[in-house]
Design a protein around this ligand. Structure first.
Ligand code: FE
Length: 203
């Protein structure tokens, strides 16, 4: 059974948080990480339609967007072997692994980038494994460029992401590791609808 109250309560708490601290990233990372950890510690609320993998590519289902676009919540669903391109976000983001595990490879730009914005020299600065229940943080302040993959070879992984904007509408970048080319992109979302978390009649 889906417990849609969990997502609704998460959104209500997160809305209170942004009302209190605005876009203060350090506060969001402390309080918001606690809220996201709590949400992903219960895998009983994500509707099946928003947990479906596709053989084509990883899926990005919008679960909620704040009316003022101060934050958005997205479920990322990865089939075995799927991976993102190297990309940035340009806003703060939190990645909470709810099912399975993910691998995050981090990159940074070298100074060449400053001279010519169309090309970027990327340096790998490490990678880390994200097991079920872990929360990873990204932002231009603490490190914003990464590549994320499903760490499992034989099953689907799902992570719940929260970003400091309507992330599907933000112009950001993908990077070609070999040429160093930096290309603008707007991700959009996989789904045309979002979950109905407002029908309390069953509760
Ligand atoms: Fe990312």
């Amino acid at each position: 059974m889906e417990n849609s109250a969990r997502l609704r309560e998460f959104i209500q708490s997160f809305t209170h948080l942004v009302e209190q601290v605005g876009n203060d990233e350090e506060h969001i990372f402390v309080e918001g990480k606690y809220l996201l950890s709590e949400l992903i510690s219960h895998d009983d609320w994500l509707p099946e339609e928003f947990a479906k993998a596709s053989a084509e590519r990883y899926q990005q289902y919008l679960l909620y967007c704040d009316p003022l676009e101060r934050f958005s919540v997205v479920s990322f669903v990865w089939a075995p072997g799927q991976t993102t391109p190297v990309h940035d976000h340009t806003v703060w983001g939190m990645v909470g692994v709810m099912r399975g595990a993910e691998l995050c490879e981090e990159y940074e730009l070298s100074e060449v980038f400053e001279l010519d914005p169309a090309t970027a020299r990327l340096r790998a600065i490490g990678s880390h494994h994200l097991p079920t229940g872990s929360v990873d943080l990204v932002s231009p302040r603490i490190g914003d460029i990464h590549k994320v993959s499903n760490a499992l070879k034989d099953s689907v992984s799902i992570s719940i992401h929260v970003y400091g904007a309507n992330i599907g509408a933000v112009e950001r970048h993908v990077y070609d590791l070999h040429s160093g080319h930096k290309k603008p992109f707007i991700s959009g979302y996989t789904c045309k609808v979002i979950p109905n978390i407002w029908d309390r009649s069953v509760e």
